[in-house]
Structures are given as structure tokens and as C-alpha cells.
Design a protein around this ligand. Structure first.
Ligand code: SAH
Length: 351
């Protein structure tokens, strides 16, 4: 079997130093190369003009240098949100979203090709998990968007396709490299990781003591209802989840955000809002209310506007800060996994 070439853009600076010093290169070469890859966002070794040509040639032979090809770009006419469909070197595609806010530009990235969590309302999971993304493929989404828009990215949310904590080791390398001062140096406080609630990994993440925000996709305030919506709820109870959230808060000092997608007639009653308040209160959690994006393969419908506001009012009365997520890019398949699915079905059924 052909030996796989090492993925050089997935190596943190310390590893890159070891790698190059084993070839007799000085440490400063590794720093130069790291900056080319992760700060100047070079697309190949050719661009690294202050490195000796022999070294560039050698690296080209030895290493795999990942880069993404934008297969489709859609721009929202409503708010300028752009959705990118990127093709990976093996032909798989992932989606990433670029959102412009007053406080800066935010990128939402995918962490896996597909997903195996099976949430009933989500389009990303319909075809199951294809594979994990490498650290470089997660970084590349941020880099490609920076290059394509010509604007600096200040916030990164890992809320695209995939369950980030199901790809834990690669996620951690990605987070450290994204926030490394020798790379883009994005502030950890501006990075959010969203999970459907894998308890052991949430606890492990707490112990890494990063300053990132952890968002928990709760979507229901009782185990019974949550199990209907999310298969992962059969593995971990809400009580176990809340303990893991408290642990995360205790070790990092960072408050958890709860995500709650409102589905008409499913989880939008006053009773649900009250129960949710009781869960959020002890930890001072912020709640993000997301009107569900209907997915054509599923039968969930949007909660109506009055219901959503009433829900938010109940949270407020209980001193819970709940924001209704401003819907960005509604006209461009904004919901997770929708663009990728459409692309794949166009490929299989052209025309
Ligand atoms: N696997 C991670 C991150 C990806 S999804 C997680 O579960 O958190 C990002 C958020 O969008 C999650 O809260 C997810 O539950 C939610 N989501 C997925 N499909 C949705 C849809 N059709 N409408 C509204 N929210 C959805």
C-alpha cells in the first residue's frame, strides 16, 4: 500500500519544529513555514519565497498540503451572508457559512463530513457519517473564507455539519492552532463549539481549560421529549448533562449557552419554557432560541411568531437571557447540511 503523506498543515508549531529538525533544518525555518501556512495563508509551498528552493521542493515531495476548492458560493440578498460549499481533496464536500455582524465577521465551520448523531430535525445526519475532518481541513475553511472575502475573521463557531466532540482529538488540535499567536491568533473567547451533549467529552474539554464558549444543543427540557428528538439523549440524561455543564463552568469560568430550536407543537409550550428556565437558572446560562428550519425530509414546522415571543417572555420573567437567533441567509439553504444535500442530489439527478 502507498504510504500516506503527512498532512503538514495539521502539525502544531512544536511538531513542525520536530519534523523539520529531523531533516536538519533550524527551528526558525519551522516558524517561517508555520507563518506562511497559518498567518499568510499560503496556498502552496511555491508561495513561501523566503524559504530555500531546495527545502520547498523537498516538502512538496514529502508532505500533503491541503487546500479547498470552492465548488459553490451562495450570497444572501437579504443580509450578505455567504454560504460556501468546499470540495476536499478526496472529492467530499463540506459547507461553511460567513456572516457579517457589526462586531466583526463570523465563520461557521463543519467538523465532519456527515454526522452519526441522528437528530430528527437535522439535515446533516440524513446520510450518516462519512468521515472526520482533519485539523487542517477545519482551519482551511477559515483560511479559504478569509482569502475569498478579503476580510479578517474574528469569530469562529463550530456549528456546521458534524458533531465536533465526536472528532475530539482533531478538534482540539484545530482549536489550539486557530488561537495560536503564530497563526491567525483568534481569541479563544471568540470561538464557540456546539455539541449535542456527549458527556464524557464535555468533561474532558473542561479539563483542557480553554476559554472558548461551549454551547449545548438542548432542544427539550425533559428526558422523554429529548429522546424523541435526539438519539444521543438515550445515552445521557439531562441530569448528567447539567452536571457536565456545571463542571465546565467550574473549571473554566465560562458560562454555557443552551441552544433550543423551537418546533411548532413539539417543544414551544409555556410549560417547556418554564422547565427550560429551571435548567438554565442555576448556571446563569444564556439561551439561544432558533426557529427550526424545516428540512424537506422531516415534518417539523416552525413555531409561530407569537408563540416564540411568549416563550421568550417566560424565560425573561425567570431572569433567563434568551435571544431569538436572527436568521441569517434564510434564502440560501441556511440550515445545517441543506446545501451539501442539495449539491449531492443535483450531482446524482442532474437537471
Ligand atoms: N452537532 C453539533 C453542532 C451542529 S448543529 C450540535 O448538535 O450542537 C448546530 C445547531 O443547529 C444545533 O443546535 C442543532 O441542533 C441545530 N439544528 C440542526 N438542524 C436544525 C434545523 N433544521 N433547524 C434549527 N436548528 C437546527
Amino acid at each position: 500500500m502507498k504510504e500516506e503523506k503527512k498532512d503538514i498543515k495539521s502539525l502544531p508549531l512544536g511538531e513542525l519544529k520536530k519534523e523539520l529538525s529531523a531533516r536538519g533544518e533550524k527551528a526558525f525555518r519551522a516558524v517561517q513555514m508555520y507563518e506562511w501556512m497559518h498567518q499568510k495563508l499560503a496556498r502552496d509551498f511555491e508561495e513561501m519565497t523566503n524559504l530555500p528552493k531546495a527545502l520547498r521542493e523537498e516538502c512538496k515531495k514529502r508532505y500533503n498540503y491541503t487546500s479547498l476548492r470552492a465548488a459553490r458560493v451562495q450570497e444572501s440578498r437579504i443580509d450578505g451572508t455567504r454560504k460556501f460549499l468546499f470540495e476536499l481533496s478526496d472529492g467530499n464536500v463540506v459547507e461553511s457559512v460567513w456572516m457579517k455582524y457589526k462586531h466583526g465577521n463570523s465563520v461557521c465551520i463543519s467538523s465532519q463530513v456527515g454526522c452519526r448523531m441522528g437528530c430528527r430535525f437535522c439535515a446533516s445526519t440524513l446520510g450518516g457519517l462519512e468521515r472526520n475532518l482533519t485539523p487542517s481541513e477545519m482551519l482551511d475553511q477559515v483560511y479559504a473564507i478569509t482569502l475569498l472575502t478579503g476580510e479578517r475573521v474574528s469569530n469562529v463557531v463550530v456549528m456546521g455539519t458534524g458533531e465536533p466532540l465526536d472528532n475530539y482529538d482533531n478538534l482540539l488540535v484545530f482549536l489550539r492552532m486557530l488561537t495560536d499567536e503564530n497563526g491567525l491568533h483568534i481569541s479563544q473567547r471568540n470561538v464557540t463549539v456546539s455539541t449535542c451533549g456527549l458527556v464524557p467529552q464535555m468533561r474532558r474539554l473542561a479539563e483542557e481549560k480553554l476559554q472558548i464558549t461551549l454551547a449545548l444543543s438542548l432542544h427539550a427540557a425533559t428526558d422523554e421529549k429529548r429522546r424523541e428528538l435526539m438519539p444521543v439523549a438515550k445515552r445521557y440524561s439531562i441530569a448528567e448533562l447539567m452536571d457536565a455543564c456545571k463542571y465546565y463552568f467550574r473549571l473554566t469560568g465560562r458560562r454555557i449557552t443552551f441552544e433550543y430550536s423551537l418546533m411548532g407543537g413539539v417543544n414551544d409550550a409555556g410549560e417547556d419554557a418554564l422547565r427550560l428556565s429551571r435548567l438554565a437558572k442555576p448556571m446563569g446560562c444564556h439561551v439561544n432560541l432558533i426557529p427550526v428550519n424545516p428540512v424537506k425530509e422531516r415534518d417539523f414546522v416552525r413555531a409561530d411568531g407569537d408563540k416564540i415571543r411568549a416563550f421568550q417572555n417566560i424565560l425573561e420573567k425567570n431572569q433567563i437571557n434568551g435571544t431569538i437567533r436572527r436568521e441569517m441567509g434564510r434564502d440560501i439553504d441556511g440550515a445545517c447540511g441543506q446545501l451539501r444535500r442539495r449539491h449531492m442530489s443535483d450531482l446524482h439527478h442532474p437537471g
